[in-house]
Ligand binder design. Structure first.
Ligand SMILES: O=C(O)CCC(=O)C1=CC=C[C@@H](O)[C@@H]1C(=O)O
Ligand SMILES: [Mg+2]
Length: 368
């Protein structure tokens, strides 16, 4: 039985080692809220709000998530007793969307649940792998800088390379990369920077043998994506368009994509992530785990999730040192030759450095 008694929210801001730019946003300082839940047996679990400070990727922000957590979701959870984190979906049903706020608390309760069951989060979720393959994302910057980064990460052994593209710099950069790395497992994320008027342009990308193109069209669209997919040989992968397993069902039915990127934050948590994973498995749609420039708490959740059977494509899971000077968990999360072992220890399998967290937190809010 789980009875959450106390929840602590740590608000931190960390400077990224290198700013991250996509076609829709630019991040230099990354705000995060880290969520620690403690239950009536004194067991603790960790989660993370992965929303950004402003609503450029989805409509949620760090501030909306703080409000939702403090004023609505945490009071709801504290008043309930439950057996399994899956039950949170019923408890949260009355609250529309706000997936990242929900996911942060739900993820912390999954960690706590796994610890109470004495198993790793991977085992609790039904994971089948003891290591996962790592991919890396290269944000928009000068061509030479992007090539330099790809070269370095390639030498480090990363298994999949995602670049950010927009109509302003698509063909040229893909061509440049292909000249140097003809066989690189390469994909491109457009973050909705195209419309159906760009079909001819996108068709030209087919010649470069990309693994997939991620979210070429609008975030709220699955109809135009189906039309586009009919015209492209490059598989479309949906990111922003998939907020629930129902969205995934409809997108699969319409033929809007051939791959889905699952980010637990975007879809409201690990339970929904699992549902999407299972549905995709049934329909032979491979999935991979997307990143959110997160700390190692969310990274640890992603590693556990990516150990499920249908995560057959390396995700955006890279070493924590890719973004951060200091890791907030022990041991540090590191990709070695493009792989990370899935921890066997209970829960997320990494110890959160609470002293470090307290020393960098701009606010600590305790709710009971
Ligand atoms: O976590 C990472 O390493 C990068 C993640 C990443 O590429 C993204 C995170 C958040 C918003 C985006 O522009 C982008 C994405 O759309 O997938
Ligand atoms: Mg994306």
């Amino acid at each position: 039985m789980i009875k959450v008694e106390k929840v602590t929210l740590y608000h931190i801001t960390q400077r990224l080692k290198v700013p991250f730019t996509s076609s829709i946003g630019h991040v230099t300082d990354r705000d995060s809220i880290l969520v620690e839940v403690i239950d009536s047996d004194g067991v603790s679990g960790w989660g993370e709000v992965v929303a950004f400070s402003t609503p450029w990727y989805t409509e949620e922000t760090i501030s909306t998530c703080f409000h939702l957590l403090k004023d609505i979701l945490i009071p709801l959870v504290i008043s309930e007793t439950f057996e399994h984190p899956d039950e949170l979906q019923e408890i949260f049903k009355r609250i529309k969307r706000n997936q990242m706020a929900k996911a942060s608390l739900e993820g912390a309760i999954w960690d706590l649940y796994a610890k109470k069951k004495n198993v790793s989060l991977s085992t609790a979720l039904g994971g089948v792998r003891n290591e996962i393959e790592c991919g890396v994302v290269i944000g928009i910057s000068s061509f030479s800088n992007m090539i330099e980064q790809i070269t370095r990460y390639h030498e480090e052994g990363y298994k999949r390379f995602k670049i950010k593209i927009s109509p302003e710099q698509d063909m040229k950069i893909v061509e440049e990369i292909r000249k140097r790395f003809p066989d690189l497992p390469l994909m491109a994320d457009a973050n909705s920077s195209y419309t159906l008027n760009d079909v001819e342009r996108l068709k030209e990308l087919d010649q470069f043998g990309l693994m997939m193109i991620e979210q070429p069209l609008a975030a709220d669209d699955i109809v135009d994506h189906a039309k586009l997919q009919e015209n492209l040989s490059t598989p479309i992968c949906l990111d922003e368009s998939i907020i629930t397993s129902e969205d995934a069902r409809k997108a699969i039915e319409l033929g809007s994509c051939q791959v889905i990127n699952i980010k637990p934050g975007r879809v409201g948590g690990l339970t929904e992530s699992k549902k999407i994973h299972d549905l995709c498995l049934e329909h032979s749609i491979p999935v991979w785990c997307g990143g959110m420039l997160e700390t190692s708490i969310s990274r640890a959740h992603n590693i556990a999730l990516a150990s499920l059977a249908n995560f057959t494509i390396p995700g955006d899971i890279s070493s924590s040192s890719r973004y951060w000077e200091k890791d907030i968990v022990d041991p540090e999360i590191r990709s070695v030759s493009g792989k990370i072992s899935v921890p066997n220890e209970i829960g997320i399998g990494y110890k959160v450095k609470k002293d470090l967290l307290k020393s960098i937190a701009s606010s600590v809010t305790v709710l009971k």
